[in-house]
Design a protein around this ligand. Structure first.
Ligand code: ATP
Length: 396
């Protein structure tokens, strides 16, 4: 059994920088865990500590029940796949895959058995005699995977293995890696800054920010129940829309005023978020995913759902949906988290700050809205999220 357990793991670099803070994660035997977060959040540092390539400042790391804090990388029974595949250019594909086994002086028959099996799994069978420069990017990536697979390790560690591939190949390799991992059932920790990779590949996803684990869970749970504004904004594309609203209480009912609109919350919605009533008369961050809004003309049975009246500022037709941009007349939420998210996305709506908040809604393909149209947007209040505007924590 190769359970990997990080128990209160900390990393302070020599210059004093605290890159990983009290990280607690237990990765089950055979699990595919994705560590995701923006650049600099400490995910690579965490992975390198599992690999033994970076010293652990404090905490306990175990692999398969054995404490490995001071165990050298070669004795950890792990195989790593990096962003740069680091293939030997003068060696054939077969020799590249076999190299790690040869230096361990493994029996030649066993080596060729393993190389053949990996080549078959990765569809590299007819490329075994080629040199790396005669391969496409995707094929090189597969050779790097092959090299890890033949080791038959207890744990795979992967650090952004797809980031050198073009978008189409990335999508294809994403599925292939997930399939290989499933077939081999080897405990895997996969680092990426790409939330789509995280969502599509991981059995569970761990979101990190500034060295701190924000939330860990299965992808759908993170998407549906983000614990804070950071996770809400980081997981999902387009990111969750977020604006400041005010909680209003009257006759035992709760509503949220969002700009000119009032979202009456059905009893069940309020009941599912008992802490919300405590915010009556105060501002909250209101989060609405793009797919939880619809063109009022298309919404079936949406007559009693609250509506936002607005003007379309831009449309993006994606075929399966139309992403409609508009400016909501409610203040933008500004917290450390929203700043971090904007920095990560290299975007800023500062110019909008006084006028309102940019929102994106995904309308059905039959919506024919255009730039400049006055529209009504219905909101599925059952799926609206609320966060404390100071701490960023979900209100539940
Ligand atoms: P990226 O996706 O950009 O690789 P990351 O989340 O993997 O980011 P790390 O590489 O783990 O981030 O780095 C975490 C933080 O630690 C960063 O702020 C980085 O600058 C810092 N850091 C990394 N290596 C060192 C080092 N040797 N000395 C000091 N600080 C370091």
């Amino acid at each position: 059994m190769a359970e990997v357990v990080l128990d209160k793991i900390n990393k302070r670099y020599e210059n004093g920088f605290h890159a990983v803070k009290d990280l607690d994660i237990a990765i089950a035997d055979g699990e595919f865990l994705v560590l995701v977060g923006p650049s600099g959040c400490g995910k690579t540092t965490a992975l390198r500590m599992v690999a033994g390539l970076e010293d652990i400042t404090s905490g306990t790391m175990t692999i398969g029940g054995k404490v490995v804090n001071t165990l050298p990388p070669k004795d950890r029974d792990i195989a790593m796949v990096f962003q740069s595949y680091a293939l030997y250019p003068h060696m054939s594909v077969a020799d590249n895959i076999a190299y790690g086994l040869k230096i361990r002086r493994m029996d030649a028959a066993e080596i060729s058995r393993r190389v053949e099996r990996a080549a078959q799994m990765l569809e590299l069978g007819n490329l075994l005699d080629r040199k790396p420069k005669q391969l496409s990017g995707g094929q090189r990536q597969r050779v790097a995977m092959g090299r890890a697979i033949v080791r038959e390790p207890q744990v795979f560690l992967m650090d952004e293995p797809l980031s050198n591939l073009d978008a189409k190949l990335r999508v294809q390799m994403r599925a292939e890696i997930a399939q290989v991992q499933q077939d081999l059932n080897v405990t895997t920790i996969y680092v990426t800054h790409d939330q789509i990779e995280a969502m599509t590949m991981g059995d569970r996803v761990a979101v990190m920010k500034a060295g701190v684990l924000q939330q860990i869970g299965d992808p759908q749970h993170l998407y549906d129940h983000p614990d804070n504004i950071f996770v809400a904004g980081f997981i999902g594309s387009p990111p969750m829309n977020m604006a400041l609203g005010r909680v209003e209480a009257g006759n035992g009912d709760l509503a949220v005023r969002l700009g000119a609109a009032t979202l009456a919350l059905p009893g069940a919605v309020a009941a599912a978020r008992p802490a919300l009533a405590g915010y009556a008369g105060r501002d909250v961050a209101v989060g609405i995913r793009s797919e939880d809004m619809e063109d009022a003309r298309l919404a079936r049975g949406g007559d009693d759902l609250p509506r936002l009246s607005t003007t379309v500022t831009m449309t993006e037709a994606l075929g399966s949906e139309i992403v409609v941009h508009f400016v909501l007349d409610a203040p933008k939420v500004v917290t450390e988290d929203t700043k971090a998210l904007e920095k990560d996305a290299h975007s800023s709506d500062v110019a909008l700050h006084d006028r309102g908040t940019r929102f994106r809604a995904s309308f059905g393909p039959r919506s024919r809205v255009r730039n400049g149209d006055e529209i009504e947007v219905v909101v599925d209040t059952e799926r609206v999220h609320f966060f404390d505007p100071e701490t960023g924590a979900a209100i539940r």
